[in-house]
Every structure is written in C-alpha cells, then in structure tokens.
Design a binder for this molecule. Structure first.
Ligand SMILES: Cc1cc2nc3c(=O)[nH]c(=O)nc-3n(C[C@H](O)[C@H](O)[C@H](O)COP(=O)(O)O)c2cc1C
Length: 208
C-alpha cells in the first residue's frame, strides 16, 4: 500500500468484528512503526496502555458515552501524553540526552544547558507543558492509525470520554493526560463504511 492509499483508506470505523483478534506481534509492529513519529527534541512524551480484557473495556465504555466500539474492538489503545516528558530527569529524556551525546549532537557537559532549553520551551507554564505533551503525542497517535491502516487494520480515535473518571478508574498517574483512545481491529463483516466526509479545500486551509 503506498502512502496515498493509506491516507485515503484510513477511516474512523464504527463497527469492529468482535470475533477477530489482533495478534500481539501485529500490534507490536504498529506500535514500533508509530514510534518513528517526530517529537520536540525527540523527547517522545508518549506511552500506551493496551486494553484487551473484556471487563476493563466494559468499565471504559461506561465512562465513554457507552460507545459500542470500545467493547467490540479487540484492542483499545489508551494514548497517554507525559506532561513530565520534557524534564531532564525523566527516563526517556535521559536516554534522549545519552543518544545525543553518543551521536555527537551534544557534549556530556551540556546536560544542564539541555535541561534549561527544554524547561524554557516546554516547562515554562502549565499551558506550555500541556501543549508539549499533547502535540507530540498527537503525532504518535496519528502514526499509530496510519500504521494500523498500512497493516490491514481499522482504527477509530475517540475523545468522547470522561477524562478524569477514566484516569481514576484506571489509576493513571497525574503526569499523564489522555488525548484520545484508539480502537483497533478489523471491520465487522457486512458493514459498509460511510462515504468519506467533507474536508476543507486547499483554499480553505490556507489563510492570509
Ligand atoms: C481526537 C479525535 C477524537 C474523536 N473522538 C470521537 C469519538 O469519541 N467518537 C466518535 O464516534 N468519533 C470520534 N472521532 C472520529 C471523527 O468523528 C472522525 O475522525 C471524523 O469524522 C472524520 O472521519 P474519518 O476519520 O472517517 O475520515 C474522533 C476523532 C479524533 C481525531
């Protein structure tokens, strides 16, 4: 499938085949492919919780406007945006810095400087922190959906859920925000996906 096909074929599918599972190896593949997404200073402030257990999905559905796809899809990805991901002492930021040193982009003694930069850019206010976490994790989420399409799977992003109630139910640590849930699976047999919905034209997208 070339990239144009992937762009055209990806749809937010409402009806999943509850009897067709997504194998662990395939799920791992799409998560690893999506991990190629770009991020601010390569800080990759994203994590996933993978929900397969019917009871946990039922609990989630009850907090998400009773959307049937949550229990029909074999896999729900809870996408987590790490609001602490810009901090130099976060495990991911430590690995990013070590990698920069390894490839010669930064020197060992620049850790404090790097910390100052990420603090000034992403940690300067609550809004900046939230924007940092969500913009980068949104790119990862988009990559997950394109990777799903490229591998013959269907997906559906959802922000129709009670954020705080979901965090409480699933004991999500305070540093994470949940930008969206993504249902992953296969289309239910006999279902026709709605025709593609309206999109802005080039002229409407570009403003003066
Ligand atoms: C962040 C985000 C949240 C969404 N939340 C929901 C949702 O909770 N329930 C739902 O039915 N669709 C949801 N959608 C799906 C959109 O309605 C859908 O992507 C849009 O209508 C375009 O259709 P398409 O994805 O098939 O091209 C969401 C999409 C995005 C990107």
């Amino acid at each position: 499938m070339d990239f144009t096909d992937i762009l055209e074929k990806r749809r937010a599918v409402n009806f999943f085949d509850p009897d067709r599972d997504v194998e662990d190896a395939l799920l791992r593949k799409i998560v690893e492919q999506a991990g190629n997404a770009p991020s601010s200073y390569n800080l990759q402030p994203w994590k996933l919780k993978i929900l397969r257990d019917p009871e946990r999905k039922k609990a989630l559905r009850a907090l998400a406007f009773d959307q049937p796809k949550i229990t029909e899809a074999p896999v729900i990805l809870m996408v987590l945006a790490d609001r602490d991901g810009w901090k130099i002492d976060s495990p991911t930021a430590q690995k990013v810095f070590a990698d920069f040193v390894k490839v010669g982009k930064m020197q060992e003694d620049q850790q404090e400087w790097f910390s100052g930069v990420t603090n000034a850019l992403y940690g300067r206010s609550e809004d900046a922190v939230q924007a940092f976490a969500n913009k980068n994790t949104g790119l990862f989420a988009m990559s997950l959906m394109y990777a799903a399409t490229a591998n013959g799977l269907e997906s559906h992003p959802m922000d129709g859920f009670d954020h705080d109630a979901v965090c409480k139910e699933f004991e999500i640590p305070d540093n994470y925000w949940i930008p969206m849930l993504i249902a992953i699976g296969y289309l239910k047999p006999g279902i026709t996906v709605y025709p593609k919905s309206w999109r802005q034209s080039f002229e409407e997208i570009v403003i003066d």
